[in-house]
Design a binder for this molecule. Structure first.
Ligand SMILES: Nc1ncnc2c1ncn2[C@@H]1O[C@H](COP(=O)(O)OP(=O)(O)O)[C@@H](O)[C@H]1O
Ligand SMILES: [Mg+2]
Length: 334
């Protein structure tokens, strides 16, 4: 069968269509790159999630490899917090990926509904996510696109991490802002090293964990701005914003934990997920001295003001130096 063109111009499968050996039951969601359908596998008799490229991606020849790689990554892993991959292939020139159906609410909708959350609930959820990520990292896989849209939470509170489309394995392509902006839409969870064009490592996922924990506790992501560039600038230059501990009942230790995840320099974050998990389980001994050092509300100083201040500072120094020199010469002449 051919993909139907809807009024909006997007390529959509219709309910009841058969796509390879999958029968479409409903449209679940539209991601940054794909449409996800609930489908019935005529071979296994199971309900599955079928992912096909959306209209913007449909002609992209890299999509097939991307889905294949995504499946490969999922098959390497086996953890309750990681989505399970089942199949990938091409049907009528359309690449597809099949994963286990997750019956749950997206973390984005949880945030909209329930954040700011009681700190205990936020910690419990993020801990399970971090546990799944430790499993990924132990297998040499860095997710690199963690955000609330890519996490589903089942009714018994189990988070499931999805979308390993940008995951880094050996030899994977670099994530740049250019391909993230079209693919992922938001730079809210991007680590500074990704913004600078580096591939990132497990500490890049640690940064994203910090942004998501911050958002669960505060109800909004740590860095914000009128547009993507303003948000990127905040990630690069803004002070790590202070968690409003009085209002949300967050302990100084938990606030310090978040600050440590959100350090701009990866060397100053937790160095791996096991270190992070250990700190999570021993929050009472978390070093809180960082809270009074580099933190505070984001006060964006326009760069021209910062550079003007620097210029004035240098001019004053030069003047002092010249006066000093003149006085010295005068003394010699006497
Ligand atoms: N296995 C699944 N079960 C249920 N819903 C899913 C499943 N996989 C994805 N989704 C839904 O589809 C959305 C997009 O999926 P995702 O894999 O992130 O696609 P993209 O790569 O296009 O961002 C998710 O945010 C989620 O709401
Ligand atoms: Mg996604």
């Amino acid at each position: 069968m051919k993909l139907a063109e809807t009024v909006s111009g997007s390529s959509m499968l219709q309910i009841g269509d058969q796509f390879d050996h999958y029968q479409i039951r409903s449209h679940i969601a539209r991601g940054g790159m794909s449409d996800i359908y609930r489908a019935y596998d005529l071979l296994s008799g199971k309900q599955v999630a079928l992912k096909i490229p959306n209209a913007t991606m449909i002609g992209d020849p890299a999509q097939y490899e991307r889905f294949q790689r995504e499946l490969e990554v999922m098959k390497t892993l086996n953890h309750p917090a990681i989505q399970k991959g089942l199949d990938s292939g091409t049907y009528n020139n359309t690449p597809y990926l099949v994963t286990e159906l997750v019956d749950g609410e997206s973390m984005r909708s949880l945030i909209e509904r329930a954040a700011p959350m009681p700190p205990g609930d936020a910690v419990r959820l993020i801990r399970k996510i971090a546990d799944g990520l430790a499993h990924c990292h132990d297998h040499g896989i860095v997710h690199r696109d963690l955000k609330p849209e890519n996490i589903l939470i089942t009714s018994d509170g189990q988070p499931v991490i999805l979308d390993f489309g940008l995951a880094l394995t050996k030899g994977a392509r670099r994530v740049t802002y250019a391909n993230l902006s079209s693919a992922a839409g938001t730079p809210d969870y991007m680590a500074p090293e990704q913004i600078e064009g580096h591939r990132g490592d497990q500490r890049t996922d640690i940064y994203a964990v910090g942004t998501m924990l911050y958002e669960l506790l505060e109800g909004h992501p740590p860095f914000s701005g009128d547009n993507n560039f303003a948000v990127l600038a905040q990630h690069m230059q803004g002070a790590v914003p202070r968690i409003d501990r009085e209002q949300t009942g967050v302990s100084p230790q938990l606030a310090a934990f978040v600050v440590k995840c959100l350090q701009r320099n990866p060397d100053e974050r937790f160095q791996d997920m096991h270190e992070l998990l250990h700190a999570f389980d021993h929050l009472e001994v978390m070093d809180i001295s960082a809270l009074d050092r580099g933190t505070g509300p984001v006060t964006a100083v326009p760069f021209w003001r910062a550079s003007t201040a620097k210029a004035i500072g240098s001019a004053v120094l030069l003047l002092v130096f010249l006066v000093f020199l003149a006085l010295l010469l005068q003394t010699f002449h006497k």
